[in-house]
Every structure is written in C-alpha cells, then in structure tokens.
Design a protein around this ligand. Structure first.
Ligand SMILES: [Zn+2]
Length: 152
C-alpha cells in the first residue's frame, strides 16, 4: 500500500513536471482556483488516490489571455466563433478564468469523479466534456442535469 501510494505520487509529480515544461502552467495545479474549489478538488483527488484511481487536473485556472488563445485556436479549428464556443467559451464567460472549473484526467479519473463528485460538490456540467467539472452544488448535493455543451 505504501509503495503503491509512493508510485502514484511519483507518477503525479512526473506528469506535473511535464505539464509545466510544455505549458508553463503553475507547478501547483490548483493554483488560481478559488479557495473553496481548491479544497473540493484536493479532497476528491485524495479520495480517488485512496481508491487506487488516477485523477489529476489537466487544466484548472486559466488567465484571460490563455482562454482567448484557446478560443482563437478553436475558431481556426471549427471555422466560426459560434461553432468554437460549443467547446471553448470567451474569457468573460469561462469558469476556468473565474477559478471555478477544472478539467481532469485520465478517463478512469473523470469517470470516477462523475460517480463520486457529488460528495465533494463537484459536478460534470456538459454532455460533450466528460472531463470538465464545476462546483455546482454544496457537498453532498445533487448535481443538475447535464447541459449539452458550453454556450448551449
Ligand atoms: Zn473545462
């Protein structure tokens, strides 16, 4: 058990380091999240770890400039702002920019979080983004039905 936790910790540290190198993200993946969101995500990640499920943040807080770059890239990819905003919201509307959203991975992790997130007040919000979670309810609450996509 101790060895397994150690390995999970090393894997997480390695992933974080790689992410930092490629994206210049803060070393602490919860940096920039609201205090409440950070606490909820930390608790959920600890519970996943205890259950032997890999769960880490792939994208948490984003600056407005970073969000705008993502939107610009999505517009180039999908051909119009209208199509792009089904995946990437403008900075003024993004909960990532507000520090109240996380994208998590890998798939086993986001499936676990969808099943167990309500205990931590974390809800999957969009049908087309199984990795995206927001603090939509109090801890132990019932998450609302999925919206089809951002900017629905
Ligand atoms: Zn997201």
């Amino acid at each position: 058990m101790h060895l397994r936790l150690l390995c999970a910790g090393l894997a997480a540290a390695t992933t974080t380091a790689a992410f930092t190198l490629h994206h210049s993200a803060p070393a602490d993946p919860t940096a920039g999240l609201t205090k409440e969101m950070s606490a909820r995500v930390d608790d959920a990640m600890a519970a996943a770890r205890a259950a032997g499920v890999p769960l880490h943040i792939t994208s948490g807080w984003r600056s407005a400039a970073h969000q705008q770059r993502l939107l610009d890239e999505a517009i180039a990819k999908y051909g119009s702002e209208r199509a792009a905003t089904q995946w990437v919201l403008p900075p003024s509307e993004s909960e990532h920019v507000a520090g109240r959203a996380v994208d998590v991975g890998p798939a086993a992790g986001y499936r676990w979080l969808q099943q167990h997130g309500e205990a931590y007040g974390l809800c999957r919000r969009y049908a087309n983004e199984p990795w995206h979670f927001e603090p939509l309810v109090r801890r132990g609450g019932t998450c609302p039905p999925l919206e089809s996509h951002p900017a629905a």
